[in-house]
Design a binder for this molecule. Structure first.
Ligand code: HEM
Length: 79
């Protein structure tokens, strides 16, 4: 399980008569065969695995080197 602690960002509230709150932990999905299923993310916004690595590099502030980015992409290509 992956707990993103989404409740940090949402206050429970009524929407159309139903109480809406953060969903909590999600089941971590596997990346097996990921090279064969572009585009990536739920809405297909990222066209390549390089884009995915750069995306997480930016939003997580990882400061990955070019070498580390290439290694991550190479790893995902063999899953
Ligand atoms: C360099 C680090 C990371 C890499 C290489 C990576 C890899 C990926 C890839 C390839 C996908 C696309 C899966 C698909 O389209 O089927 C993905 C989606 C996702 N990852 Fe990561 N990930 C990283 C970091 C993280 C972190 C830090 C989190 C959360 C703490 C996370 C949570 C998620 C979630 C929730 C999705 C689904 C997003 C969506 O469908 O829009 N990932 N990741």
């Amino acid at each position: 399980m992956h707990n993103l602690r989404a409740e940090r960002f949402f206050k429970p509230r009524m929407i159309n008569g139903r109480m809406a709150s953060a969903d909590g932990p999600i089941k971590t999905f596997p990346l097996r065969g990921i090279r064969d299923t572009p585009p990536y993310m739920h809405d297909g916004r990222l066209l390549t695995l390089d884009d995915v690595v750069e995306y997480f590099n930016l939003i997580q502030g990882l400061k990955l080197t070019d070498n580390e980015k290439q290694a991550l992409v190479a790893f995902m290509r063999i899953l």
